[in-house]
Write a protein that binds this ligand. Structure first.
Ligand code: PSU
Ligand code: MN
Length: 304
């Protein structure tokens, strides 16, 4: 076993059996610019508290697995240079070598499960990239959802990804994709997409029950809850399409590959939308945090 460094708040919540929601840290180090990243991370934590649960932001700091960050740790991580972006493949190596890294969806799921936390809120998951038929760029997040029993609340997947292929891979891997409150699979900055989600649930209690039922069946993976961005915060898909296409061809021209692709595209889109992409991103993460808190509360009330 490896030692977990719990924040004081998460430590107390675990002892008292209170509902806890995990949060990732790659969104802080690689997904948003400083200083908004730290402000948003603190705001999302507060949203979870206001909804009646306890936030646990996850990261590796100097070789220690942190589950829940103190305010000064969060602030330091948000401005540190050269922080690794950790997924399933490299989290253990970072811990072993005493490194510092932010956890992606995949790594956060592993750490949350290890710490006994069943619900996790983020912005968007990684998926199948456009052009994957030649690049083979498919996020490890999808395989993690197939094998680690954590319910992940996200606003669907970004249009920087190939949504149709992402949904196909999730189906092949046996991952339940559950749209919250609508039939369509949401597309991150837009609530609607041309694709319907395989499953729909309208309340947190049903999502919690479905999670507990998978555990009872001994099924290994988690659930993807696709929670649409609030209508007033959307950016129309047709407005973003040319910006995404330009960002994609820049990435190709600069031969960006591997784990550099997603941060590169996010940064280009942020510049090209003059920050509007960030405003929408903040709104949807906060919305996901609130739903995740409700799911964690329902799971706790049902004795899970
Ligand atoms: N999508 C976003 N914002 C993000 C990410 C994805 O809208 O910050 C981050 C998440 O941490 C996710 C990771 O797990 O990127 C996926 O990276 P990759 O495509 O390299 O697997
Ligand atoms: Mn990738």
């Amino acid at each position: 076993m490896i030692d977990i460094q719990f924040s004081a708040e998460v430590h107390a919540a675990k002892a008292a059996g209170q509902p806890i929601v995990a949060l990732e840290s790659t969104i802080i180090t690689h997904g948003m610019p400083h200083p908004q990243n730290v402000e948003v991370a603190a705001q999302v934590e507060q949203d979870i508290r206001d909804a009646g649960a306890v936030p646990a932001t996850i990261a590796v700091i100097e070789g220690k697995l942190h589950v829940g960050l103190e305010a000064d740790e969060l602030s330091a991580l948000g401005q540190a240079q050269g922080v690794a972006k950790l997924s399933r493949a490299d989290m253990a190596a970072c811990l072993a070598m005493g490194g510092t890294g932010a956890t992606t969806v995949a790594a956060t799921m592993i750490a949350a499960h290890y710490a006994g936390i069943a619900v996790f809120a983020t912005g968007g998951i990684g998926g199948v990239h456009q052009g994957a038929e030649t690049s083979f760029d498919i996020s490890a997040d999808l395989h993690e959802l197939a094998q680690t029993p954590v319910t992940v609340v996200a606003a669907g997947a970004k249009a920087i990804l190939d949504l149709a292929k992402t949904l196909e891979v999730l189906e092949t891997l046996g991952v339940p994709v559950i749209a919250h409150g609508q039939d369509e699979f949401p597309a991150f900055w837009s609530a609607k997409s041309p694709y319907s989600a395989p499953l729909r649930m309208d309340d947190a209690e049903d999502i919690a029950k479905a999670h507990a039922t998978r555990v009872a069946l001994g099924l290994p993976g988690g659930q993807l809850i696709a929670n649409p961005i609030p209508a007033e915060d959307q950016i129309p898909a047709e407005e973003l399409a040319p910006i995404i296409a330009a960002a994609q061809s820049d990435a190709d021209a600069h031969r960006i590959s591997g784990k550099g692709v997603t941060p590169y595209l996010l940064q280009r889109i942020y510049e090209q939308t003059e920050g509007r992409s960030l405003t929408a991103n903040i709104a949807l993460v906060r919305n996901n945090a609130r739903l995740a808190a409700a799911i964690a509360i329902a799971l706790t009330n049902n004795g899970a």
